[in-house]
Design a protein around this ligand. Structure first.
Ligand code: FE2
Length: 195
């Protein structure tokens, strides 16, 4: 590191983007947004809800990417989770609420807590891009009175994972603000949590 230079930061960002295939993810987001705005029609049988939990239907799984249709009935939500790759989501119908979290490690004990990082309400046509692991911990809920349907694209073949994009589920305590002395766990400070 040379004093006064941010070259190392630039190189680190490039390495991060290459590792997470962010450029591919951004092109995917642009494409999904274009189709949603033009009126992407998802057949009714792929949008049916399930009273036992949010419904997932794998539309495509391949080496480069996978596509899933998800349906939330009123009151349904995912657990707090992260993904095995980048994730692009776009709302087809209804309202989805996306809550972002950051994992913090407490000084001394090593205990980890989650701190909310923001909440986004997504209406039809709204596209979100999450790149792991910094922006990648979230929970998605149905934020409206009716059914919510969205398409999610992941930068990996999720079929070996049982058709699920979830990497880890986070059952940690949620606190409003980071405790004193806690440090955020980011891609620069990999966290050896088991899957
Ligand atoms: Fe997710």
């Amino acid at each position: 590191m040379r004093p006064g230079s941010n070259l190392d930061e630039f190189l680190a960002d490039l390495a991060r983007y290459a590792a997470a295939e962010v450029l591919t993810a951004q092109l995917t987001a642009d494409t999904l947004r274009k189709y949603l705005r033009a009126g992407l029609i998802v057949p009714a049988d792929l949008c049916a809800g399930d009273v036992d939990g949010y419904a997932q239907r794998l539309l495509h799984a391949g080496r480069t990417h996978s596509v899933v249709a998800l349906t939330w009935l009123p009151g349904q939500s995912t657990p707090i989770h992260d993904h095995i790759s980048w994730c692009v989501s776009g709302v087809v119908e209804g309202v989805e609420v996306d809550e972002a979290y950051r994992l913090w490690r407490l000084h001394g004990s090593g205990r980890r807590v989650l701190v909310p990082e923001g909440r986004t309400t997504c209406s039809p046509g709204r596209v979100q891009l999450l790149t792991p692991p910094d922006e990648d911990i979230h929970r998605v809920s149905n934020g409206g009175p009716g059914r919510a349907v969205s398409l999610h694209v992941y930068g990996a073949d999720i079929s070996p994972n049982g058709g699920s994009s979830i990497n880890r589920v986070f059952g940690h305590e949620v606190v409003d603000t980071p405790p004193p002395g806690a440090r955020p766990i980011t891609w620069r400070t990999p966290d050896p949590l088991p899957r």
